[in-house]
Design a binder for this molecule. Sequence first.
Ligand code: MG
Length: 398
Amino acid sequence: MALFGATGSIGGSTLQVIAEREAEFEIAALAAGRNVGALAELAARWRPRALGVGAAELIPHLRAELAARNVRPEPEIAAGAAGLRDLAAGLDYDVLLLATVGVPGLAAAEAALARGKTLALANKEALVAAGPILMRAAAQGGGTILPVDSEHSAIHQCLRAGRSGEVERLILTASGGPFLDWTEQQLRAATPADALRHPTWRMGRRITTDSATLMNKGFELIEACHLFALEESNVEVLIHPQSIVHSLVAYRDGSVMAQLGTADMRTPIQYALTYPAREATKREKLDLAAVARLEFRRADEGRLRALRLARQAWRAGGAAGAVLNAADEVAVEAFHAGQLSFLDISAVVEDVLGSWQHLKMDQLADAQAADAAARRAAQERVRARAERRGADGSAAAR
Ligand code: MG
């Protein structure tokens, strides 16, 4: 297998799964963004044939780290999004697990699918920003996308219980994030530290913040529509604070299939890597008697702006998903930099999405162009809001 995004949280969980089944897997390539020390450490442990780093200027640092750990012969080294694409297009492997953050992994995903490979997909942005392109690459090249996200993995598993024509709707569960019971007034004052306190999952900063705004669920809704070829009106969001039921499929006969498990990403990762087999594991198993009760609440989509925006982006089609993702990433960063309030994250995204005109999406370059343009538009709106807030502040002080 090839693992891109090896030094992140999904990358770490993936290597734990592989470590339990070392006889079955060989690591052909590992890629990371900027953490060359950690990447060299992994190279010393796993001895891949190739490595990828975020940018060409990091290669000398990576070489030095490899030499310091006696990694010989030195693996082939690729850099940047083009480097990852070349590895995905040229290396010998069966499964690419894509756990990179952001759009740089998209070309690699397309290359893998076009070659008929299995793409174990943990990257959040790929299907949101470039769903039509990746689904087409898979259809034409014979590649398969196996979702690693716990919700989509759950749906993938529940869909094995019936035929696609028998599905009535998908039910995506959402923990509701750290702000589930917060009032509008409290939300107005929510800080980055508050937003990073996710009740059930340990994840990176962007996705944890997106869980707090529910934009993460919005992205998952778009991903589900692509992956399982359904309309947004067939996907319902259900609040389930315990994150034990990972998602469900409702069939037309009234039967509802659910997939349950502990909140451990190694389970969906292993499912994607060993599919269609289910392999034994010694990891902690779900104890329903200890859980005792499962709680569910209706998601109030009138209040949850991020879900409405995601549905709007899906219906608009084309590059709207890329715009949604890029605007959200800029807004989340601005929130952590103290430039935006928590509620302004979704407001900026709504502004940018609502003003968007160019929705062409014929190739990956269209997604990348929409991404770059939406980022600039979002940055302008962040600046305008920061200035307005500054002006209000000084007015209040006077
Ligand atoms: Mg998820």
